[in-house]
Design a protein. Sequence first.
Lengths: 406, 275
Amino acid sequence: MNQPLKPNSFRAGPDEDGRFGIFGGRFVAETLMPLILDLQDEWNKAKNDPVFKAELENLGAHYIGRPSPLYFAERLTAELGGAKIYFKREELNHTGSHKINNCIGQILLAKRMGKTRIIAETGAGQHGVASATVAARFGLPCVVYMGATDVERQAPNVFRMKLLGAEVKPVTAGHGTLKDAMNEALRDWVTNVDNTYYLIGTAAGPHPYPEMVRDFQAVIGQEAKEQLLAAEGRLPDLVVAAVGGGSNAIGIFHPFLDDDGVRIVGVEAGGKGLDGDEHCASITAGSPGVLHGNRTYLLQDGDGQIKEGHSISAGLDYPGIGPEHAWLNDIGRVEYVPIMDHEALEAFQTLTRLEGIIPALEPSHALAEVIKRAPKMGKDEIILMNLSGRGDKDIFTVGKILGMGQ
Amino acid sequence: MEQRFADVAAEGRPVLVTYFMGGDPDFDTSFSIMRALPKAGADVIELGVPFSDPMADGPAIQLAGQRALRAGQTLAKTLELARRFRAEDQRTPIVLMGYYNPIYIYGVERFLDDAVEAGVDGLIVVDLPPEMDDELCIPALKKGISFIRLATPTTDDRRLPKVLENTSGFVYYVSMTGITGSALPDPLLIAGAVARIKSHTKLPVCVGFGVKTAEHARAIGASADGVVVGTAIVNQIASSLTEEGRVTEATVPGVEALVRGLSAGVRAARLAAAE
């Protein structure tokens, strides 16, 4: 921590304007600028404040259940016959995914700033549930914007949010998915600037969100590094995570970015294939543009209109990606690949049967990539994958597709 | 644009700025609407550029943008609207209003060249705050296109100088925090805000967000240099369309009648203030 940054460090960004290369920035309406600058001030103070750090660690340990285990997937490894596969088990966190790491951090900031109302957007509902949870824990009212399509396909999470006391507002604009929910949350924020804190769930949006969310999620990679060193005495050869907006991925990637021998792969939602519009592979099949406060890779047409993506996984159903991922792609540090809906579904079933772990559809994409790569790697090699969420929310969606009676 | 503000000020009344969405409900109708605006009393035209994800707009303008996009509107076609209008009317300032991504994808330099050629006088780009001036604002000013900035109730005295620094043409005071089309706040509060901004700049201050009727226009115009009307016009267009969103015979005359009323409102503004 105290050693000077290497001049060629991949971990130095963003710059003071929130840029990672050409990506990132602060592309927001003037109404929001003072709020974003206030948030940045508070974040700069908090991240160097030992009291804040202690609060975060205390809640991490006793409320979230950190550190999350690092698990050697013995049967999956044997089945694939190649590299040793380790899972960072973020799905065992309170609320069932990595999302809570960021929510605890941001609600502590909201309290410091004297905000009295929380808003959030959600796709799969994991971030919505985590937001509703911390809002309940800290006694603040919470409104969650969720696309109408997602409200339907993620019904268990909608119920959980309501039980936790949050108001879930379905958004019917567009395809009724994460992008539309984010638009509506921004409209709420711009209207209720005085008392409202916008708890963004992914490492995207205007500066300082991408940096802040990454730093709250980097605990995943920091722990995994220590745990793997303890278990194997060395770093992994390959780190894999699914990327929608990209918070679980940047969380596990970031601590490894300057470790030369570690290959890093982000897995995008290839949906029904990259030929048409039925996918969410922003990096693989998109181009740089400006949306939701940052410049990044987007799915868009030749007139700069944003396309609606598609993924079987509501959490990956977003036509953009966090700006740091866009930059890591362009400088060649991280490789981004697509995984199709059906491949993710197969991986979901494989893990469920071989390891007795029901993964969410989001990390099932990462798992499908692991299943492709592990057999081609040596038995002395190590893969670390972020198992970012549990699949309880997805069992009805999957059951329907597989034609299982209920 | 400066000339137009000076001319209107000489008449002793505020400027009427009218917004409509280019391509809503279709290209030809929106061109007819654009031509009708100055005849009905509009002094400055804000020509909306549709965007798929208008984060700062309320339902009315969101829907207008969707209608325009469905009808095939693009940034290139919106520039074409300006070009055709300019061929007939060399005096009414045209301000393009929208979001950055379509311009970024079009290419900033190419866009500015085409905008100059089409007779565009100014730009309002909602998601480019002063922190992002290098993107478009500075290049636009170099080509002689005004960059009109929004000031809001959250823009305090500490921030105002930064917001005004590269602003030209006029200052667009957004009369409340929120999305377009919300309710209008107290005119006295607005008068105070206008005075606050004018203490920082010599530019004219126009007020918008929430102005719907001639009476609103009159009340706001008592203190502001200009009144911006957008959602009311867009709603007027929407209410005239068929269920499928097609133009009817009532569409253009409806806008004309509304703008004529608003124009009478601004013309009465200073008389009212003097009473």
